[in-house]
Ligand binder design. Sequence first.
Ligand code: AKB
Length: 319
Amino acid sequence: MKRILITGALGQIGTELTMYLRKQYGKSNVIASSRRKRGDENFFETGPFEILNVNDVQGIADICKKYKINQIIHLAAILSAKAEDNPQEAYKINMNGTYNVLEVAREGGIAVFTPSSIAAFGAGTPVDNTPQDTIQRPNTMYGVTKVAGELLCDYYYWKFGVDTRGVRFPGIISYKTLPGGGTTDYAVHIFYEALKNKKYTSFIKAGTFMDMMYMPDALKAIHDLMEANPDKLRYRNAFNVTAMSFEPEMLAAEIKKHIPEFEMSYDVDPVRQSIADSWPNSLDDSCARQEWGWCPKYDLSSMTIDMLHKLAEKLKIKQ
Ligand code: AKB
């Protein structure tokens, strides 16, 4: 029976993943944790919740013991743009957090899923159809911690036999919980503004391609990889995964098909733009497809339709 601890469970992916996994494995088998208790009170009614700072290795070990955890999904991290504001804090949380989780996993025979990111690429990486194995020289603190996290996962698998698994997530688009401090966040904010004000000012320049994925596919990616046959997995650091690649004009044009009055303008943020410029335009995710059957359901068009529909419902806006 799976007994799962999720770190960073109140973040964009964590809130939805907690509910998704509670449906699959039972409410009491999925323990949500976060540094602070915040957000929707209803969330805390749905199953166990623990306050946990991932810098506290004993705290992680105690929770794993208390709930007999056999799998940690380690989501707690500071995202790319926020990490550039405070690289020291990002190093502490992202780097030490991953190390602490892996150490507890090693001692307790616990499996670990950790997301890496398209941020694990940088200067010298081929930008189109970026291969699974390639140059990884990011120039952001977030990227540095993601590459180091990937290498640590590899190391703990080969050296200690910890069952480590991971994916390199692109920007995740969702309507339930806002992302906090990423470079790809524009692709979420645009939907809120399109529905509320019929206009959006993008902090990312026209023509900047990045990989993206709709949340239902991201949840499925985590679940499918967790359930994959270990003998089939050649990569223990992280698999490239993607669902679509677009630039702001393409997303705006797609939204305009449903909200014809929608207009987009630009006020480019140099920090986030330079991060975006250092990332690939599109990933090659054929290894994930071959090794564990990765196959996303949503493309730009179907994601936009669903996002507008669900977000309008949430914001109580008539379309
Ligand atoms: C970010 O923009 O920092 C994240 C990511 C791509 O990892 N969404």
